[in-house]
Design a protein around this ligand. Structure first.
Ligand SMILES: [Zn+2]
Length: 83
């Protein structure tokens, strides 16, 4: 019997409603909030998450800021409330 195991990320993206200035490319735009959940897969099906990354990046130059879970959730809540 052959067991196919691996790892796969699942990406969730949210575009910020408020604009943010990027000090790297000097543009002001709506940054992207991204949550990446890394899963262990078995026969290409995700079975268990083992790591989650939270980050925010400039859509123009890709300048990335790492966030912790609390900051990420706070920003998601803020975005949901400002609709
Ligand atoms: Zn930028």
């Amino acid at each position: 019997m052959i067991i196919v195991a691996g790892a796969a990320p699942r990406v969730e993206k949210h575009l910020l409603k408020t604009e943010k200035h990027c000090f790297h490319c000097n543009n002001t735009s709506r940054w992207v909030l991204q949550k990446t959940r890394h899963f262990i897969t078995l026969f290409f099906l995700p079975v268990a998450p083992y790591k989650t990354d939270y980050l925010m990046y400039c859509p123009i130059c890709g300048n990335t800021i790492k966030l912790n879970k609390e900051d990420y959730e706070q920003k998601i809540r803020f975005e949901a409330e400002s609709t």
